[in-house]
Design a protein. Sequence first.
Lengths: 367, 318
Amino acid sequence: MTQIELRGVQKFFGAVQVIKDLNLKISDNEFIVLLGQSGCGKTTTLRAIAGLETIDEGDILIDGKPVQHLKAADRDIAMVFQSFSLYPHMSVYENIAFPLRATRKSKAEIDSEVRSVAKTLQISDLLGKKPSALSGGDMQRVAIGRALVRRPKAMLMDEPIGALDAKLREEMRAEIKRLHIKQGSTTIYVTHDQIEAMSLADRIVIMHEGVLQQVGTPDEVYSRPANLFVAQFVGSPVMNVTDAAVAEKASSVSVTVGDAATGFEFPSTLLSKLNVHAGGGLALGIRPEGVLIRREAADGFMAVETQIVEPLGSFDIVDLKVGSNMLRARTKSGFISGPGEKVFARIDPTQAHFFDKASGKSLEVRL
Amino acid sequence: MAAVRTTGEVALNRIAVVAVLIATLIFLAPIYWIASTAFKPKELAVTVPPTVLFQPEVTPFIRLFTKRVQMQKPVDPQVYEAAPWWEKRVYDGGERVLKVGNDVQLSQYPNRFMNSLIVAVISTVLAVGMGTFTAYGFSRFKMAGEADLLFFILSTRMLPPVVVAIPMFLMYRIVGLNDSHIGLIILYVAFNLSFSVWLMKGFMDEIPKEYEEAALVDGYTRMQAFFKIVLPEAATGIAATAVFCFITAWNEYAFALIMTNRRAQTAPPFIPSQIGSGLPDWTTIAAGTFLFLLPVAIFTFLLRNHLLRGMSFGAIRK
């Protein structure tokens, strides 16, 4: 039973503020992923929770008790580093036993616990080896074993699989998830890889330039991004974002993308919803799967020309020229044969996002 | 190494091997000279051209370890017959071993050799130990004026030590440190410390700080993390630094000559002092020098792998 709470946390490196007023509540057994580009403050946040970094203001609470003045050793938290940090002069067994040796446990107890963790992670046959003799995946398993063996209050992971190659990364991702479901300890996981974040997290915390952007389930941050940064950071291929203008028509509303001559058709309810947020410029966000394409003209579809086609195996990404802007659409693979085709496109209103251009905030318009 | 080598590369390689062999011969020649002289009969030590083939003998070593006087008249044959083999060797040279009662009087050499060992070992342990802690501090913690402090430490090596020998001698005399082990140890530590700090800092910088951080998170204090994680990782660096510091302290001549004369005198100033007046006994001096070479040779040989790494250190960037 471990809850972690950050209250108004601020951190400066010299004159640079790397964490700006961070508030976050993590509940028991939750798998939280801190997601952001490098330098966004996610690793610093993690290190502050671990006690490897001091904070300049605010509180860090573990189970309701402020711990910001406690040493790392006294916080009862385990951490897995990107570099694995296995001690090269110790065997795998010694590495896993190392945290237990800091406690007053008997030799027999330590031995049984090391062996049980090794069994869970399927590394029992590696116990006698030195870390330098291990593969990347095994090193990571040992590092996780070392973190698990003490049964800490919480597990912190700093890009634990970032150093592995793509295939192994996918395997280890699944393994970490399995392990979390089985062991169920509060976990904070840092990554810059949004696929990792989406696949692992109970909730994702997105950070940018030291500021928390959005906290939500993978589905929430994907389908209801709070602002333009989240909209464009989460999801691959990236969401289309363009300037947009709205005009009222007889029975519908026309949304013009950039400098295009004609607009896309939207239901008339859009206008009343947008009116609430009068002011500033408007930006339209639409994911590639929200751009619908067909070959024949139809009601509400606009004639466009295809540009580049990127075949990605299970689907293609097609660039459509709308005015001077490009809209990227997702199609069945092979649907568009190449550049220069005339096709018809529309935007699925239910998948459209509207943002205030000045603040970047979502206008929370749902159709 | 499956690389195919061209004829040019092979030729170049052979030339390199020959060059290394020649260089090795040049470097080893003086050592051979000393070693062979140490085992030569006295009269063959100064022949021109040098004697290369001879019956080796240990007489120079016997002379090295005993106090002797020149005999005015030949030894009494009965006394000669009763003497042990090694004493006969001394009689053969026209000298007799000094005795108090039946106890053979030892020369000053073992004593001076021990002084060398005491001073070199203790000063090396202190210099490397302090250097390791200091380097860890500089490597891991940010502090005001870090670069200036490091430069200050380095600057202590910018003056040739002999320049300060006389003022140091006067200061030592006032505080009563001259001709004492502790005085010499302090000098050598002061002299080696800057080197030790700088070399160890390089090694410390190479140890990822995540190692200690992992230990800190795993429930250890920083001190425990230092001893359990950093020290074993720094073993190579410590060994290399220790070899360099030991060699410096072991070979040091100028300070030892000025600061010590009896009680704490080390071997380097002692050995040449035995040349004495009259005909110098080169074989005995060579024997003393030869023994003096051994500790450094053994120490360096034992740590050779670390040393190689220590010397090529900095040549490889991560």
